[in-house]
Design a protein around this ligand. Structure first.
Ligand code: NAP
Length: 256
Protein backbone atom coordinates (compact mmCIF):
# COMPACT_ATOMS: atom_id res chain seq x y z
CA UNK A 1 0.00 0.00 0.00
CA UNK A 2 2.81 2.45 0.70
CA UNK A 3 5.46 1.35 -1.78
CA UNK A 4 4.95 4.58 -3.74
CA UNK A 5 3.84 6.92 -0.95
CA UNK A 6 4.82 10.50 -1.78
CA UNK A 7 5.52 9.67 -5.44
CA UNK A 8 3.80 11.42 -8.34
CA UNK A 9 3.26 9.35 -11.49
CA UNK A 10 2.18 10.42 -14.97
CA UNK A 11 0.58 7.73 -17.14
CA UNK A 12 -0.22 8.49 -20.77
CA UNK A 13 -3.18 6.77 -22.42
CA UNK A 14 -4.56 5.87 -18.99
CA UNK A 15 -8.22 6.34 -19.87
CA UNK A 16 -8.33 2.72 -21.06
CA UNK A 17 -6.76 -0.73 -21.01
CA UNK A 18 -3.21 -1.20 -19.76
CA UNK A 19 -2.80 2.47 -18.82
CA UNK A 20 -5.95 2.44 -16.73
CA UNK A 21 -4.90 -0.77 -14.96
CA UNK A 22 -1.47 0.77 -14.35
CA UNK A 23 -3.04 3.88 -12.85
CA UNK A 24 -5.01 1.64 -10.48
CA UNK A 25 -1.89 -0.34 -9.48
CA UNK A 26 0.14 2.82 -8.85
CA UNK A 27 -2.70 4.32 -6.81
CA UNK A 28 -3.04 1.13 -4.78
CA UNK A 29 0.62 1.52 -3.81
CA UNK A 30 0.11 5.09 -2.65
CA UNK A 31 1.20 7.14 -5.68
CA UNK A 32 -0.57 10.29 -6.80
CA UNK A 33 -1.45 9.70 -10.45
CA UNK A 34 -1.89 12.04 -13.38
CA UNK A 35 -3.94 10.51 -16.20
CA UNK A 36 -2.98 12.07 -19.53
CA UNK A 37 -5.17 10.97 -22.41
CA UNK A 38 -6.81 12.38 -25.50
CA UNK A 39 -10.02 10.59 -24.46
CA UNK A 40 -11.88 13.26 -22.50
CA UNK A 41 -14.83 10.96 -21.82
CA UNK A 42 -13.19 8.02 -20.08
CA UNK A 43 -10.21 9.83 -18.53
CA UNK A 44 -12.29 11.73 -15.95
CA UNK A 45 -14.21 8.52 -15.18
CA UNK A 46 -10.96 6.73 -14.33
CA UNK A 47 -9.92 9.66 -12.14
CA UNK A 48 -13.29 9.51 -10.37
CA UNK A 49 -12.82 5.79 -9.68
CA UNK A 50 -9.29 6.33 -8.34
CA UNK A 51 -10.38 9.19 -6.09
CA UNK A 52 -13.39 7.18 -4.87
CA UNK A 53 -11.04 4.43 -3.68
CA UNK A 54 -8.96 6.84 -1.62
CA UNK A 55 -6.47 7.81 -4.30
CA UNK A 56 -5.40 11.23 -5.46
CA UNK A 57 -5.65 11.54 -9.23
CA UNK A 58 -5.94 14.21 -11.88
CA UNK A 59 -7.07 14.06 -15.50
CA UNK A 60 -5.15 16.08 -18.08
CA UNK A 61 -6.71 16.21 -21.52
CA UNK A 62 -3.58 15.81 -23.59
CA UNK A 63 -2.23 14.34 -26.79
CA UNK A 64 1.28 12.89 -26.63
CA UNK A 65 2.00 14.23 -30.12
CA UNK A 66 1.84 17.84 -28.93
CA UNK A 67 1.23 18.22 -25.18
CA UNK A 68 4.23 16.53 -23.53
CA UNK A 69 5.49 19.65 -21.77
CA UNK A 70 1.96 20.66 -20.77
CA UNK A 71 1.26 17.31 -19.09
CA UNK A 72 4.49 17.45 -17.10
CA UNK A 73 3.78 21.07 -16.16
CA UNK A 74 0.29 20.07 -14.99
CA UNK A 75 1.77 17.33 -12.78
CA UNK A 76 4.16 19.79 -11.18
CA UNK A 77 1.57 22.56 -10.88
CA UNK A 78 -0.92 20.31 -9.08
CA UNK A 79 1.32 17.98 -7.12
CA UNK A 80 4.68 19.75 -6.93
CA UNK A 81 6.84 17.14 -8.62
CA UNK A 82 7.08 14.15 -10.97
CA UNK A 83 8.77 10.86 -10.05
CA UNK A 84 7.40 8.28 -12.49
CA UNK A 85 6.47 8.43 -16.18
CA UNK A 86 4.70 5.57 -17.92
CA UNK A 87 4.67 6.03 -21.71
CA UNK A 88 1.67 3.92 -22.57
CA UNK A 89 -0.46 5.80 -25.13
CA UNK A 90 -0.73 3.77 -28.30
CA UNK A 91 -2.78 3.05 -31.38
CA UNK A 92 -3.04 0.09 -33.72
CA UNK A 93 -4.55 -0.24 -37.16
CA UNK A 94 -3.59 -2.93 -39.67
CA UNK A 95 -2.19 -1.65 -42.96
CA UNK A 96 -0.37 -3.24 -45.88
CA UNK A 97 3.15 -2.01 -46.54
CA UNK A 98 2.43 -1.61 -50.25
CA UNK A 99 -0.70 0.48 -49.70
CA UNK A 100 -0.14 2.55 -46.58
CA UNK A 101 0.23 6.30 -47.15
CA UNK A 102 3.24 8.02 -45.63
CA UNK A 103 1.11 10.05 -43.20
CA UNK A 104 -0.68 6.93 -42.00
CA UNK A 105 2.64 5.17 -41.43
CA UNK A 106 3.97 8.20 -39.58
CA UNK A 107 0.86 8.43 -37.35
CA UNK A 108 1.92 5.28 -35.48
CA UNK A 109 5.48 6.55 -35.21
CA UNK A 110 4.32 9.99 -34.07
CA UNK A 111 2.08 8.71 -31.27
CA UNK A 112 4.15 5.82 -29.95
CA UNK A 113 7.81 6.42 -30.76
CA UNK A 114 7.97 10.22 -30.94
CA UNK A 115 5.35 10.49 -28.18
CA UNK A 116 7.60 8.41 -25.95
CA UNK A 117 10.56 10.63 -26.82
CA UNK A 118 8.66 13.88 -26.23
CA UNK A 119 7.13 12.83 -22.91
CA UNK A 120 10.36 11.24 -21.68
CA UNK A 121 12.41 14.34 -22.47
CA UNK A 122 9.94 16.65 -20.72
CA UNK A 123 9.65 14.34 -17.70
CA UNK A 124 13.39 13.66 -17.45
CA UNK A 125 14.16 17.38 -17.49
CA UNK A 126 11.83 17.78 -14.52
CA UNK A 127 13.31 14.76 -12.71
CA UNK A 128 16.83 16.09 -13.25
CA UNK A 129 15.75 19.47 -11.85
CA UNK A 130 14.37 17.72 -8.76
CA UNK A 131 17.68 15.93 -8.33
CA UNK A 132 16.52 12.71 -6.70
CA UNK A 133 16.13 10.26 -9.55
CA UNK A 134 13.04 8.77 -11.11
CA UNK A 135 11.57 5.97 -13.16
CA UNK A 136 10.46 5.85 -16.79
CA UNK A 137 8.60 2.80 -18.06
CA UNK A 138 7.78 2.54 -21.75
CA UNK A 139 5.09 0.21 -23.06
CA UNK A 140 6.59 -1.59 -26.00
CA UNK A 141 5.23 -4.87 -27.42
CA UNK A 142 6.44 -8.29 -28.46
CA UNK A 143 5.79 -6.87 -31.93
CA UNK A 144 9.01 -4.88 -31.39
CA UNK A 145 11.05 -7.96 -32.27
CA UNK A 146 8.67 -9.93 -34.50
CA UNK A 147 8.17 -9.75 -38.24
CA UNK A 148 4.50 -9.53 -39.14
CA UNK A 149 2.23 -8.62 -42.06
CA UNK A 150 0.18 -5.40 -41.96
CA UNK A 151 2.18 -4.10 -39.01
CA UNK A 152 5.34 -2.47 -40.36
CA UNK A 153 4.33 0.92 -38.92
CA UNK A 154 3.34 -0.42 -35.49
CA UNK A 155 6.19 -2.91 -35.10
CA UNK A 156 8.80 -0.37 -36.23
CA UNK A 157 7.51 2.18 -33.74
CA UNK A 158 7.67 -0.39 -30.94
CA UNK A 159 11.16 -1.54 -31.93
CA UNK A 160 12.30 2.08 -31.85
CA UNK A 161 10.83 2.48 -28.36
CA UNK A 162 12.99 -0.38 -27.07
CA UNK A 163 16.09 1.17 -28.62
CA UNK A 164 15.19 4.58 -27.20
CA UNK A 165 14.75 2.87 -23.82
CA UNK A 166 18.34 1.61 -23.91
CA UNK A 167 19.78 4.96 -24.99
CA UNK A 168 17.80 6.93 -22.42
CA UNK A 169 18.87 4.47 -19.74
CA UNK A 170 22.52 5.26 -20.47
CA UNK A 171 22.09 9.04 -20.59
CA UNK A 172 19.85 9.29 -17.55
CA UNK A 173 21.73 6.83 -15.31
CA UNK A 174 23.99 9.54 -13.86
CA UNK A 175 20.82 11.27 -12.65
CA UNK A 176 19.47 8.16 -10.93
CA UNK A 177 16.67 7.80 -13.47
CA UNK A 178 16.03 4.18 -14.41
CA UNK A 179 14.46 3.58 -17.83
CA UNK A 180 12.91 0.28 -18.85
CA UNK A 181 10.21 -1.04 -21.12
CA UNK A 182 7.51 -3.68 -20.81
CA UNK A 183 6.68 -5.74 -23.89
CA UNK A 184 3.22 -7.29 -23.61
CA UNK A 185 1.95 -10.07 -25.83
CA UNK A 186 -1.81 -10.28 -26.45
CA UNK A 187 -3.78 -8.27 -23.91
CA UNK A 188 -7.54 -8.09 -23.41
CA UNK A 189 -8.16 -4.39 -24.06
CA UNK A 190 -10.14 -2.34 -26.61
CA UNK A 191 -7.03 -2.41 -28.80
CA UNK A 192 -7.68 -6.11 -29.45
CA UNK A 193 -10.86 -5.14 -31.28
CA UNK A 194 -9.98 -4.53 -34.92
CA UNK A 195 -12.74 -3.57 -37.35
CA UNK A 196 -15.33 -4.49 -34.73
CA UNK A 197 -13.93 -7.97 -34.08
CA UNK A 198 -12.10 -9.02 -30.92
CA UNK A 199 -9.19 -10.91 -32.44
CA UNK A 200 -8.84 -13.03 -29.29
CA UNK A 201 -12.30 -14.48 -29.86
CA UNK A 202 -11.84 -15.57 -33.46
CA UNK A 203 -11.75 -19.34 -34.18
CA UNK A 204 -8.27 -18.91 -35.67
CA UNK A 205 -6.89 -17.30 -32.51
CA UNK A 206 -8.54 -19.87 -30.28
CA UNK A 207 -7.23 -22.78 -32.34
CA UNK A 208 -3.68 -21.57 -32.88
CA UNK A 209 -2.81 -19.59 -29.77
CA UNK A 210 -5.03 -21.26 -27.16
CA UNK A 211 -5.85 -24.87 -28.09
CA UNK A 212 -2.45 -25.57 -29.66
CA UNK A 213 -0.76 -23.48 -26.97
CA UNK A 214 1.26 -21.20 -29.21
CA UNK A 215 0.83 -19.10 -26.06
CA UNK A 216 2.02 -21.64 -23.46
CA UNK A 217 -0.27 -20.09 -20.83
CA UNK A 218 -3.09 -20.51 -23.38
CA UNK A 219 -4.84 -17.15 -23.01
CA UNK A 220 -4.36 -13.43 -23.56
CA UNK A 221 -3.26 -11.36 -20.56
CA UNK A 222 -5.57 -9.20 -18.56
CA UNK A 223 -4.39 -5.56 -18.42
CA UNK A 224 -3.85 -5.88 -14.66
CA UNK A 225 -1.16 -8.53 -15.31
CA UNK A 226 0.80 -6.06 -17.43
CA UNK A 227 0.25 -3.33 -14.86
CA UNK A 228 2.00 -5.40 -12.17
CA UNK A 229 5.15 -5.56 -14.30
CA UNK A 230 4.99 -1.80 -14.91
CA UNK A 231 4.51 -1.22 -11.18
CA UNK A 232 7.60 -3.27 -10.39
CA UNK A 233 9.78 -1.30 -12.82
CA UNK A 234 8.30 2.00 -11.63
CA UNK A 235 8.93 1.27 -7.96
CA UNK A 236 11.90 1.52 -5.60
CA UNK A 237 11.98 -2.30 -5.64
CA UNK A 238 14.07 -1.94 -8.80
CA UNK A 239 17.41 -0.36 -8.07
CA UNK A 240 19.69 -2.19 -10.52
CA UNK A 241 17.58 -2.77 -13.63
CA UNK A 242 17.85 -0.22 -16.43
CA UNK A 243 17.66 -0.34 -20.21
CA UNK A 244 15.80 -3.64 -19.98
CA UNK A 245 12.77 -4.84 -21.93
CA UNK A 246 10.61 -7.08 -19.76
CA UNK A 247 8.53 -9.45 -21.88
CA UNK A 248 5.12 -10.23 -20.39
CA UNK A 249 3.53 -12.54 -22.94
CA UNK A 250 2.51 -15.83 -21.33
CA UNK A 251 5.44 -17.46 -23.12
CA UNK A 252 4.32 -16.47 -26.64
CA UNK A 253 7.78 -15.53 -27.88
CA UNK A 254 9.56 -18.60 -26.52
CA UNK A 255 7.54 -20.87 -28.79
CA UNK A 256 7.78 -21.25 -32.54
P1 NAP B 1 -6.28 1.04 -25.42
O1 NAP B 1 -7.19 0.34 -24.48
O2 NAP B 1 -6.76 1.42 -26.77
O3 NAP B 1 -5.72 2.35 -24.66
C1 NAP B 1 -4.87 3.26 -25.28
C2 NAP B 1 -5.19 4.64 -24.76
O4 NAP B 1 -4.25 5.57 -25.33
C3 NAP B 1 -6.59 5.13 -25.21
O5 NAP B 1 -7.26 5.78 -24.16
C4 NAP B 1 -6.25 6.08 -26.33
O6 NAP B 1 -7.23 7.05 -26.59
C5 NAP B 1 -4.98 6.69 -25.80
N1 NAP B 1 -4.25 7.40 -26.84
C6 NAP B 1 -4.05 7.03 -28.13
N2 NAP B 1 -3.35 7.95 -28.79
C7 NAP B 1 -3.09 8.94 -27.91
C8 NAP B 1 -2.42 10.17 -27.99
N3 NAP B 1 -1.88 10.60 -29.16
N4 NAP B 1 -2.30 10.95 -26.88
C9 NAP B 1 -2.87 10.56 -25.71
N5 NAP B 1 -3.54 9.40 -25.57
C10 NAP B 1 -3.66 8.61 -26.66
O7 NAP B 1 -4.97 0.18 -25.69
P2 NAP B 1 -4.08 -0.78 -24.75
O8 NAP B 1 -4.19 -2.13 -25.28
O9 NAP B 1 -4.32 -0.51 -23.32
O10 NAP B 1 -2.65 -0.22 -25.17
C11 NAP B 1 -1.76 0.44 -24.28
C12 NAP B 1 -0.35 0.26 -24.79
O11 NAP B 1 -0.04 -1.13 -24.77
C13 NAP B 1 -0.14 0.72 -26.22
O12 NAP B 1 1.11 1.37 -26.32
C14 NAP B 1 -0.15 -0.56 -27.01
O13 NAP B 1 0.58 -0.46 -28.21
C15 NAP B 1 0.50 -1.51 -26.02
N6 NAP B 1 0.23 -2.92 -26.27
C16 NAP B 1 -1.04 -3.40 -26.28
C17 NAP B 1 -1.24 -4.76 -26.52
C18 NAP B 1 -2.62 -5.37 -26.55
O14 NAP B 1 -2.76 -6.55 -26.96
N7 NAP B 1 -3.65 -4.68 -26.14
C19 NAP B 1 -0.15 -5.60 -26.74
C20 NAP B 1 1.12 -5.07 -26.72
C21 NAP B 1 1.30 -3.73 -26.46
P3 NAP B 1 -8.29 6.74 -27.80
O15 NAP B 1 -9.20 5.67 -27.27
O16 NAP B 1 -8.95 8.05 -28.00
O17 NAP B 1 -7.48 6.27 -28.97
Amino acid sequence: MTLLAGKVALVTGAASGIGRATAHALTREGATVVIADRDATHGPIVVGMLNDTGGQALFVHADVTRDAVAMVDASVAHFGRLDILVNNAGIFYPADLLDIAFDEWMRAVDVMYLGTFRCSQAAARQMVRQGDGGRIVNISSVNAFLGMAQSSHYNSAKGAIDQLTRCMAVELAPHGILVNSVAPGFVETPMAVVNGVNEHETPEFQEFYVRRRRIPLARPAMPEEIAEAVLFLASPRTTYITGHTLVVDGGLTITF
